[in-house]
Design a protein around this ligand. Structure first.
Ligand code: ADP
Ligand code: MG
Length: 590
């Protein structure tokens, strides 16, 4: 075939392939146009998942009749004018491609009226045919009516999912755009069903609740960390650890009002929750970043969900810090969950009496103080106290007073909000972790030489491991060297591990195997945290270990000093709280 220029239709259809993959992308482009036009209400109607018909109606600034033909031609835009404009994009659109592309793969009717003019206009695009503009009466604003999407591009049509699935994508896309535009009302109607009806609000928090669900109201913590000097604005709401999700669907990032997908910034959010949630979960978070548009390149990909930041490390660290600080300002103790309170109302009165009667003869519970060896308080203090204990959180409530150890594993105590139940192993693990980390970072972790080296029998993989983590071991005060073809001698270890009777040979064998098989994180700080994690787990009191009153008191005292005490380093709760309020409800006292 000789070389020929492509027809305009084919050019547009190719361009359409980049921006309009499915009905949700069409909706995205049209809604973004409506946002750029200053609309305060945007309505989307879909039939057959949007492929039969998809209509977007706005009450924005409209398009003058004599510009309608330009609006639907490729590379025509009112939003940029010169290359410099690309350096500071403040609108959602700028490529001047969307309307032309959509018209190329559907039958599109564009009707628009500018406020103040008595009459508007209409133009119809079908493939390479453009009809109009003709006069049309309409309320101020723009309606784009897209029929038979992809009818002439069957290849694309084949990849669409069932109607319901396509409609859901449209809905999700709208929810995302709605999050960052609370002052715009959004509605979605599919056939005759209203799937979305979000009233305009001046409160960004209200919009987040309308989108994510009102039940999250008391689970969201505000992040507000604008930094004039670095000219970075950060505002948002982040969920308590309890509302972290197994999928990433509740993590929403916005940059200058635009929903973005950014691995590095998502990572910053996850890192801020390190040790508060299970690493397999994703925090619930809605975060809005505002940066000088000149520092952002949104012209990376036609769909504009990826961005490039001029100073991404700075933004990463500010975001990380903002969330960390917001979380540190809140008591994150998990509340014990009851099945929804049934114990109210007349029907349950008799049950309650029976319950009381059965327990009348029970002796008052007394702390059990048996003589079994737990750990010595002074020793505990010596090993847990960091040289510079972190200041207790501003919001720390009165310290909990221990009441009793139950099943040799849990400590029950009271604080000013109710009753707390503590997993002794998980809490001690968190305390050990915090102490060890502090000391390593400050270079005050004491280590002790062993009289005779402890010998670890190893395989080649473990010997490799020793090579890989040599510097890390040195920071931890662990001296180890190869003693023979299959053995490693341990000459010195942290005093803490000795004091807690940790089996050094077992610990080192596990650590070296991990290092040798490459399952430690490559980043040294992350690897350090993981090793400290292993140490704390082995050194912490075990479930089933009896503790005396002083030992329990010491644990609780440390709980108030250490950061993130509500969760163990793996993100599991250390503490559950039954609030007085819940107790009263459950016992029918209110
Ligand atoms: P872009 O948004 O990148 O400029 P589009 O093809 O989406 O390109 O739109 C072309 C032009 O049509 C826009 O620049 C704008 O001037 C006008 N336009 C499109 N949709 C609307 C709308 N809903 N209200 C007002 N003007 C619109
Ligand atoms: Mg556009």
């Amino acid at each position: 075939m000789p070389i020929r220029p492509l027809s305009t239709l084919l050019i547009n259809q190719i361009a359409a392939g980049e921006v309009v993959e499915r009905p949700a992308n069409v909706a995205k482009e049209l809604i973004e146009n409506a946002i750029d036009a200053g609309a305060t209400r945007i309505e989307v109607l879909v039939n057959g998942g949007g492929r039969e018909r998809l209509r977007v109606i706005d009450n924005g600034s409209g398009i003058p009749v004599d510009e309608l033909a330009l609006a639907v031609s490729p590379h025509a835009t009112s939003k940029i004018d010169a290359l410099e404009d690309l350096d500071a994009i403040a609108t959602m659109g700028f490529r001047g491609e969307a309307l032309a592309s959509i018209g190329a793969v559907s039958r599109m009717i564009l009707t628009s009226c500018t406020p103040g003019s008595s009459e508007g206009g209409r133009i119809t695009v079908e493939g390479d045919r453009v009809d109009g503009p003709e006069p049309a009466g309409c309320p101020p604003g723009t309606t784009v009516d897209v029929h038979q999407l992809f009818a002439r591009t069957p290849a694309r049509r084949k990849f669409l999912k069932a109607d319901g699935a396509e409609t859901r994508r449209v809905r999700e896309l709208m929810l995302r755009l709605a999050l960052s535009h609370p002052s715009i009302a959004f509605a979605l109607v599919s056939g005759d069903r209203t799937l979305l009806d979000l009233p305009a609000t001046t409160e960004p928090r209200q919009r987040v609740l309308d989108v994510l669900g009102g039940e999250l109201d008391d689970q969201l913590i505000e992040v507000d960390a604008s930094d004039a000097e670095a000219s970075i604005g950060i505002w948002g709401l982040v969920g308590r650890p309890a509302v972290a999700r197994p999928t990433t669907r509740h993590l929403h990032l916005f940059l200058n009002g635009r929903p973005i997908v950014d691995r590095s910034l998502s990572h910053a959010v996850r890192e801020a929750y390190r040790g508060l949630i299970d690493p397999g979960r994703t925090p619930t978070a809605v975060l809005f970043l505002e940066l000088d548009p000149a520092r952002v390149d949104v012209n990376v990909h036609p769909t504009k969900t990826e961005v490039r930041l001029r100073d991404d490390r700075l933004v990463y660290s500010r975001l990380h810090r903002a969330i960390t600080e917001a979380l540190a300002g809140h008591d994150l103790t998990a509340s014990a969950r009851f099945p929804s309170a049934e114990a109210t109302g007349p029907a349950t009165v008799s049950t309650r009496r029976e319950f009381g009667a059965r327990h009348e003869s029970t002796q008052p519970m007394m702390p059990r103080l048996d003589g079994q060896r737990g750990f010595d308080v002074d020793e505990a203090r010596a090993m847990m106290e960091s040289p510079e204990a972190p200041a207790p959180s501003l919001l720390a409530s009165t310290p909990a007073t221990p009441v009793i150890q139950v099943h040799g594993s849990y400590i029950v105590a009271e604080d000013d909000e109710g009753v707390v139940i503590i997993d002794q192993h998980a809490l001690h693990e968190r305390i050990m972790f915090g102490t060890l980390l502090d000391r390593v970072l400050q270079g005050t972790l004491d280590s002790q030489r062993l009289l005779a080296p402890a010998i670890v029998e190893t395989d080649t993989e473990q010997l490799d491991g020793l090579d890989r983590i040599g510097p890390l071991l040195a920071r931890l005060g662990i001296e180890a060297e190869v003693m023979g073809p299959t053995s490693i001698g341990i000459h010195a270890i942290p005093v803490l591990l000795l004091e807690r009777n940790v089996d050094i040979v077992e610990f080192m064998a596990e650590l070296l195997a991990k290092a040798g098989s490459g399952s430690l994180p490559p980043d040294e700080e992350a690897a350090l945290q993981e090793v400290l994690d292993m140490m704390s787990c082995r050194a912490a009191v075990k479930a089933g270990e009896q503790l005396n009153e002083l030992e329990m008191a010491e644990l609780l005292r440390q709980r108030d000093l250490v950061e993130r005490s509500s969760r163990c380093p793996h993100g599991r709760p250390t503490t559950l709280r039954l609030s007085l309020e819940d107790l009263e409800k459950q016992f029918g006292r209110r």
